[in-house]
Every structure is written in C-alpha cells, then in structure tokens.
Design a binder for this molecule. Structure first.
Ligand SMILES: *[C@@H]1O[C@H](CO)[C@@H](O)[C@H](O)[C@H]1NC(C)=O
Ligand SMILES: *[C@@H]1O[C@H](CO)[C@@H](O)[C@H](O)[C@H]1NC(C)=O
Ligand SMILES: *[C@@H]1O[C@H](CO)[C@@H](O)[C@H](O)[C@H]1NC(C)=O
Ligand SMILES: *[C@@H]1O[C@H](CO)[C@@H](O)[C@H](O)[C@H]1NC(C)=O
Ligand SMILES: *[C@@H]1O[C@H](CO)[C@@H](O)[C@H](O)[C@H]1NC(C)=O
Length: 920
C-alpha cells in the first residue's frame, strides 16, 4: 500500500508539466486593476446588498423598422451620499442580424472629457472594423415589436424576427436582454447585473464616481511592478457584462489557452485571460494569456448551440462557472466600447458558420502550404538550405516549404539578407522552385534602430509612439528597436513598400510575422506599454489584441499586390485576433519536446478550429529540447493531422530533420509524411469546406455527433473535416494501446479496412504499437487520395486518384472532392472542379457539381483505383458495370476471402466527368 502511494507520488511528480515559463512576469487577476475591480463588483452584487444601477430610459427607445435598428439610452444612476446623484448616459444600439444573430453596443459619450491632446477622447469603437469581414455586407433582419405584454406591460420591449426564430426582450427597469431561439430562452444578458461601465471621471473626483458596488484599485496608477510607468490618462474605463447560457452546460472557445477543449470553471482560479503576449514554454492547463486572442465563445448541447462574440481588443478576463441549468460567464475588458454579437443555432457548426460569415471565412491556402514544412532556428546559409532540400529527396520524404528563422538577416535587420551567408537569395529560390518548393522568411514588426528601414519609418512617423508623442524605443532581438504602426494609412503604406521590395522578382518567397503580440523584452508583461499611442490617437490599451492582425494583414495585402492573381500569399502569424483567419495561418508558439505539450496541442488546435481559425499547428516535435525517438514518432503521427504541418526546432536543439533519424524511426516518419501527402486531396477539400462555411478542419467529436452527450467532453481525438476520418493520436509515453470513442455504426480501420461494428457508443480499447496510429474511416464516407510519392505537392498535380468507399451497414456512402490549380486565385472566378460521389443501392455515382474553365483540371486526373470496404455482413458483388459518357465496360470482381475490401483497378474513369459504377 505504502509502496503504491509512493509510486503514485513519483508518478505525479513525473507527470507534472515543467513550468519553465517565468509567469511572474504576467499579471494575475489580483495584480490587474480592472480585474480586481470587476470581480469585486460581481461579489458585491452577488451578496445582494446593493441595487443595480443600470436601467433603460424608456422614453429614449427609438425603433427604426426602416433600418431595422433599435436605439436607446442606458442610464447609470446612483448616489454616494456626497453631492448630487450621478447620471451617466450610455447610448445603446440593438440589431437583429440576418441568420439568427443579435448585436448590441453600449458606448459612452466622452466628448466633454479631456485626455492629453495627443489622444482621441472617445472610446475605441473600431475593433469591429478590423474583425468583421469587409466582404460580408453587414445585413440586418426585419423584425416586429410589441411594447406591451400583459401583465408586464411597459416593463420590456419585445422584438420578434420576421423569420420567427429569434425574439428579444429588452427590460427597462434593470437593463437586461433575454434572447429566445425557437421560443426557448437561450441567453440572458446581464442576468446577474454585472454590467459595469467605468465612466470617465477626474482623478480628484474618483471616489464620488464609484457606485456602491465599485471599488478602487490601480485606477489612476498601476501597482504591478513591471507596469508602474503606465500613465493611465483616462483612469478606470473598463467595460464588463455577464451572459448566462440557459440549459447549456458546455462552453468552448476563447483561444488562445493551453487548456482543455471544454472550458473549466474559474471559480477557484484566475479567470481566462485574453491578452496577446510572448509566453516562451508556456504553462499547461492554465487560463493564462498567450500569443493570440479570439473573444468568441461557443455553448453547445444536443439540439442547441449558441455563441458570444465579445468584440473588444483590449486586455480581457473571462470568468466561467457551470450550474446544473447552464453556464454563467462574466466578461471584463480594460477599455473600448461594449460591442457584442450573439449567435443562435441548432448545431455547433451553425454557430461557427455564422461567426465566420461575420468575421470572414478562412482563406483557401495554396495546396503547397498544406504539405509538410521543414523549419529550424536556423538554416545557416544557402548551402545549408539546399542540402536539407536534397537530403529530403534522397530520403524520399516529400516536403513543400523550407523556413528561415531570424539568423538569415544581416544583423537582425528585417528586409535584409546576411551577405556572407545568403549572397544570392534569388538563385536559391529558383533552385527550390524547380521542384515546386517554397521558402518562408521571418519578418517581424520590430525594426532595429538606425538603418534605412527604421529611419524611414521614424521619419514618416509611422512607428508606434510613446505617451509623450515620441517614437517608442524598446528591446527585442536586434537590441534597441522601434515598432511599425500598421493601424494607420501611413504605417500600412510604408510597410507595404518594404514587403513588396523584399518579395519582388520571386515566385516562392513567403513571410512569417513572428513576435507580433508585440513581444518586447523590455516591456511590461513582455509586451508593449499600454499607454503607447497608435494612429488615430488611440492607446495600445484599447487595441492591443489587434496589433498582430494589423501587421499580418498589411503583409498579406502587400503581397497580393505583388503576386496579383498568380499566387495565394502564405503568411504565418504568431499573434492573432478574430478575423486573422482571412489572411494567415498560425501555430501554438514556443512549446517543448515534452509529452504534455504534444497532448495539449490537440485541444488547442481544436479550439482554434471551432473559433473560425482552423489553419493551425504545433511545432513538431517540440520547439525546445531534444525529443526521444518515441516522442518524435508519436508527434509526427499526431502532427500530420494538424491543418498546418510543420517541424521546428530551437537553435540549441540538436538537428532533427527526418532524414537524420535512425532507420526504424525514419521509416515510420517517412510513412506518416507520405500519408499526409496521399491524403492531400481530402485535406484540400476540408480547407475548401472551411473557406465556404467555416467547417473545422480538425473537427471536435461533438461537431460530428452533436446528438451524443458523451462527445462534449472528448478532446483527445477528432475528425478530419467532413471526411469521416477519425483520429486518436497516442500522446502518452510507453502506451501501446489506447481508448477510442466510437459513435454507433460501422467503422473501418484506415490501414486494413477491417470493419468494426459498434452497437453502443462508447470507448473501446484498440491496439496502437509505436509504428501504428489509430485512424478509422466512419461508414457512410468516401475519401480521395493520391498515392504516388512525389517530392512536393505541386508535382502531384496530374497524379491519378484513388477512391476509398466506406459504406454504412445499409450500403450507403457519400463523399466530395474539391480540386483547383492549387496556386492561383482563378478559383474565385469559378475555375475549380467539384465532384460528389454517392453510393446507394449498389450504384456508385459521380456528379460534377462545378466544372472548371481550365480543361486540364477536368481531364487530367484519372482514377486509378476504387477501393470498396466490406463489412462482415456485406455480400460481395460479382461484376461491376462502369459507365462514363457513352462508353460502358464490365469487370469481374474477385476477392481473397480474408480480405476486407475489393478493388477495381484502372476503371478507365476521369475524375472531372460524370460516371457510374453498378455492382451486381
Ligand atoms: C435610419 O435611416 C434613416 C433614413 O435612412 C436615417 O436618417 C437614420 O439616421 C437611420 N437611423 C439609424 C439609427 O441608423
Ligand atoms: C506630435 O509630434 C509631431 C511631430 O513632432 C507634431 O507634429 C505633433 O503636433 C505632435 N502632436 C501633439 C499632440 O503634440
Ligand atoms: C465610432 O464613434 C464615432 C464617434 O461617436 C462615430 O463617428 C463613428 O461612426 C463610430 N465608428 C464606428 C465604426 O462605429
Ligand atoms: C437580410 O434579410 C433581408 C430581409 O430581412 C434581405 O432582404 C437581405 O437580402 C438579407 N441579406 C442577406 C445578406 O442575407
Ligand atoms: C457520345 O455522346 C455524345 C453526346 O452525348 C456525342 O456527342 C459523341 O459523339 C458520342 N461519342 C461517341 C464516341 O459515340
């Protein structure tokens, strides 16, 4: 017994994630003024000793049926005993949007207040302009109103959407919104009266401006040791609100955190925090802030899903608690207006779709960029790059992108090349291009002080400024640096000119925007002081979480100007916000070669996928440290399913390009990378689906089976888009079997096509020796592959296609394939091939949903194999009648009795034209 305990203790200690990150640099809630103040507020209100101070002025309500908008004034009214009653008027707008969404904003009129001259005195209201897609018209739905509903006549205003799906009650006496979907109460906004808008006041009158539930803490100065210099020119100005999800006990989203997929309660811990910071070797299972922020939360249960999008880019904390009847959430942001969009729907995918309609669908990347990426800090010179390139070929391992980290620059000056190491980058790029390969170079927004690029930025006042109106200087990789301000036209234009000059005359050079939180070694919490000033006279405080987006979007737009229609720019960004999915890919930042980081990468990627930003991966096999052989294999097996598939290593780590691995390991890794390449048609179709309706590419189980309660807590396995491929990576050292959750139905082992009949949904133990990875194809699906080894994705363009058909017990299956040139923007004009293949009643039929303009797209992809999996019950047909156009042929089908499938070899079909195969 004692030995067992001892063992358990050792085991626990051993499992503890190495907390290498110096998290004392980052504020806890107890060190953050507005977090302390709003949690205090919530406590006071919770005690019930103070009355709510926010109400709606009934006479101010204006209903514009013409432009489908409600406006009103929210009043904050209280007295402190000293002096007259305080009354603050806060303009409210309320919209029912098309597609069962609701938006409301609450602003504060601050025209009368004076900050320093350099600052814009109004609350920042441009977050939506950055986050919402410029391509989606902001469209409102028609509604009907009724002002009086007995017996509550005159206590609220009711709006009903003409669609009949959505209704809203705006309560006057104490501001509250009740949101109904299909007559069921889904949300109450301000359910717990945690609405708090810290209105503008003078420092001397601060005490008099506190309503009874408010408190004072770090209001006009910051007591945290690393941000004592914050000038806080407006004093306290936070906004907060609570949202109750009724009868929904699972909430997700608000990336980025290294935590479980389903959000945890924060009752006994700090709230989740959204604040873009550089967190090298971050803590696991923590709500601490990370590199990116998407203030979007999804709630879901069988039959009902709902989303909250908190359109605010300031430092934000979110408290979560679960109760038997739902989830309660409390959102607090340091500055800005209160701007919220609520989404309602039946399925979780409806919410992701509505959210990505508003903020933009994920960009369809080039086919090449969903191949394998080989990165390291650093490939030292041109010879090193070309050696890696040729060694990969020698080892017959496909790859598409090689990467250059920081050291390629001349003394860490971005937009330059180190002359001794990279004397002729254009020539190197040409060599890579011959095999269809691409190069990514690091370009960060910090610019070393004192060279032509930073001089030009400083002279045109396109840098971020200090609170004293000087160019801000801080420390980063090059030493003393300044930061480009891509919030204003001036900064965007000059940044664009540098990017354009840098990629000019190249075809295959792409950009990695790193350190764009921004990471500032000398700054508070490793980032920018909150009182820095951006274009428009807005403080960093109000828009911090947008900075990374502003940089990568400027980079992307500059590249599209160079490449035009001929290429889709690839940009990797470390910092992100809602809307980043339109122009960039991202990854989970600086992880470690440790099992815990492999395990956490799955819920982290899943969370981004449900929050509309699916093009994400994690550094394989851990950025810092040296992975064991076992970890390398397991990480490649998991990582090949990340939408962004990149290996990366720290400068101090041993070299670990796959061709360096010992034979057995190399063989397994080669197979894994080749499996990714053979599935590129399926991956690319998943990317296409994401670009059309936001469908996650790494898809949580509850998206595929929202009808099953058990799926809502599973975050160690997932589906690949709509393909029906179910993956359960092994993420524990020494494990050679693993529990896999299956819904009811037929599943086929991906590699053998042996069928597994599941009668009761649940976890089942499966074998998973090191060389194997548990992957299943769910009955009912058809997937597409290209099985030949080529050196890069581009070289696979004309390769023949293999179909794998996995029928249900009823003999039904469905699959689709999207195909285009993989490279240009011509697909936007309709130049793509889309086919849908169905199996029913022993007939496999392919229909062309969209024919490309380019002839070769419809004629060059032959089908070389149709593989049909057989369940134990299925009877084997004896002949297949194959028809395409006006030619019909017939094949006899024979089968080894031990086999789990049959194959039609070279059926003589072309993917791009309608065909059918009848089994008799
Ligand atoms: C509604 O439309 C009218 C006329 O187009 C316009 O004058 C008014 O300002 C609009 N109201 C709002 C709240 O947008
Ligand atoms: C900030 O500095 C610039 C350049 O020196 C100057 O033109 C501008 O007037 C200053 N703005 C304020 C508000 O001091
Ligand atoms: C932001 O507020 C200003 C001042 O109230 C207003 O003129 C402007 O239209 C607002 N911008 C947006 C995007 O709502
Ligand atoms: C939004 O709904 C209105 C009708 O309420 C309709 O006229 C309009 O076309 C819709 N817009 C979109 C983008 O669906
Ligand atoms: C096949 O049918 C098409 C019309 O559907 C016809 O134009 C074509 O000539 C036929 N080809 C042959 C080889 O019979």
């Amino acid at each position: 017994m004692r030995i067992l305990k001892l063992l358990a203790l050792i085991f626990l200690v051993y499992l503890r994630p190495t907390a290498a990150f110096t998290d004392y640099l980052i504020k806890k809630c107890s060190q953050s003024g507005f977090c302390v103040r709003n949690r205090h507020y919530a406590n006071e209100i919770g005690l019930g000793t103070t009355a709510p101070v926010y109400s709606v002025d009934r006479s101010s309500v204006k209903i514009s049926t013409e432009n489908h908008t409600i406006t009103a004034i929210v009043e904050k009214r209280f007295s402190t005993g000293e002096g007259p009653e305080t009354l603050v008027t806060l303009p409210l707008t309320l919209d029912i949007m098309n597609g069962s969404s609701i938006r409301f904003t609450i602003d504060e009129n601050r025209d009368h207040i004076e900050g320093p001259l350099r600052l814009n005195s109004r609350r920042y209201n441009e977050t939506a302009a950055w986050a919402f897609s410029p391509d989606t018209p902001y469209s409102l739905a028609e509604f009907k109103t009724s002002r009086s509903v007995w017996p509550f006549s005159r206590s609220y205003l009711q709006l009903n959407s003409v669609s009949g799906l959505v209704s809203i009650r705006l309560h006057y006496a104490s501001f509250k919104l009740e949101i109904f979907y299909k007559k069921e109460l889904v949300f109450t906004v301000n359910d717990r009266s945690l609405l708090n808008i810290e209105h503008a006041r003078q420092k001397e009158l601060n005490q008099r401006n506190k309503s009874p539930a408010e408190t004072t803490f770090s209001d006009f100065s910051d007591s945290f040791r690393y941000s004592k210099d914050d000038t806080l020119p407006f004093g306290p100005e936070s906004v907060a609100m609570d949202f109750t999800f009724h009868n929904i006990e699972n909430v997700y989203g608000i990336p980025e955190h290294a935590d479980s997929l389903r959000l945890k309660e924060t009752v006994a811990s700090d709230p989740y925090r959204l604040f873009n910071v550089d967190v090298f070797e971050y803590d696991l299972y923590s709500g601490m802030p990370m590199y990116g922020s998407i203030p979007f939360m999804l709630g879901s249960r069988p039959g009902l899903s709902a989303g909250v999008f908190w359109v605010n880019a300031a430092d934000t904390w979110i408290d979560v608690s679960y109760e038997s009847q739902g989830a309660k959430t409390h959102w607090m942001s340091e500055a800005g207006i209160l701007d919220v969009v609520l989404f309602l729907g039946d399925q979780p995918s409806d919410i992701t779709s509505a959210y990505t309609l508003l903020t933009g669908r994920p960009n369809l990347p080039s086919l090449s960029s969903i191949g394998y990426h080989q990165c390291r800090w650093n490939y030292n010179d041109e010879k090193d790059v070309l050696t890696v390139d040729s060694q990969m070929d020698k080892a017959e391992i496909p790859y598409d992108f090689i990467w250059l980290d920081l050291e390629y620059t001349d003394n860490k000056k971005f937009f330059t090349w180190r002359p001794d190491a990279f004397p002729n980058p254009l020539k190197m790029l040409k060599k890579l291009h011959r095999m269809g390969r691409n190069l990514v170079a690091l370009i960060d927004p910090h610019l070393k002080v004192g060279y032509e690029v930073s001089d030009a930025v400083e002279q045109s006042r396109a840098a971020v400024l200090t609170s004293q109106n000087d160019t801000y200087h801080g420390h980063c990789w090059p030493g003393e640096s300044l930061w480009i301000d891509t919030f204003g036209e001036c900064g965007i234009t000059i940044w664009s000119s540098f990017i354009q000059r840098f990629v000019d005359k190249t075809k295959n050079l792409f950009i990695w925007n790193d350190m764009n939180e921004p990471s500032i070694f000398s700054g508070p919490e490793t980032t920018a002081p909150k009182d820095l000033i951006h274009a428009g006279g807005f403080e960093e405080r109000s828009l911090h979480n947008l900075y990374g987006l502003s940089v990568h979007e400027a980079t992307y737009n500059a590249m599209t100007q160079v490449y035009g229609d001929s290429s889709r720019p690839f940009i990797l960004t470390r910092a992100f916000f809602a809307g980043s999915q339109r122009t960039a890919a991202t990854w989970t930042g600086d992880n470690m070669a440790d099992w815990g980081y492999l395990r956490i990468s799955i819920p982290m990627c899943l969370t981004n996928n449900l929050a509309g930003f699916p093009f994400i991966g994690a550094d394989i096999a851990g950025f810092s440290g040296d992975p064991s052989n076992e970890l390398i294999v397991r990480w490649y097996q998991a990582g090949m399913w990340y939408p962004f598939f990149r290996a990366h290593a720290h400068i101090d780590a041993l070299r670990r390009e796959p061709y360096l691995f010992e034979d057995k390991i190399q063989e397994t890794v080669r197979k894994v990378i080749r499996l990714r390449y053979s599935l590129l048609p399926t991956f690319y179709t998943a990317f296409h689906d994401a670009s059309v309706n936001g469908t996650p590419i790494m898809k949580p189980l509850f998206y595929a089976h929202p009808e099953l309660d058990e799926t809502y807590k599973i975050d160690d396995q997932f589906y690949l888009g709509n393909s029906g491929l179910l993956v359960k990576p092994v993420t524990t050292e020494g494990e050679t079997d693993t529990q896999v959750f299956f819904a009811a139905g037929l599943f086929y082992d991906y590699f053998t096509l042996e069928s597994l009949e599941i009668h009761r949904p649940g976890h089942y133990l499966v074998n998973a020796p090191l060389t194997e990875l548990p992957v299943y194809l769910e009955g009912g699906n058809i997937i597409f592959r290209k099985d030949r080894y080529r050196r890069s994705a581009k070289l696979m363009a004309r390769d023949p296609v293999t179909l794998v058909v996995a029928p249900t017990a009823e003999g039904v299956a469905l699959g689709s394939l999207y195909l285009d040139d993989g490279e240009t923007l011509l697909y936007q004009g309709g130049d793509f091939l889309k086919v849908e293949v169905t199996l029913k009643q022993n007939e496999l039929i392919s229909q062309v949903v969209n024919s490309p303009d380019t002839e070769s797209l419809s004629s060059s992809n032959h089908i070389e194999r149709i593989i049909v999996a057989l369940s134990r019950q299925a009877s084997l047909p004896s002949v297949a009648k194959i028809t395409q156009g006006n030619t019909t042929s017939q094949r006899e089908i024979t089968l080894d009795p031990t086999s789990h499938f049959f194959v039609i070899q070279n059926p003589g079909l072309v993917v791009g034209q309608a065909w059918s195969v009848v089994f008799e």
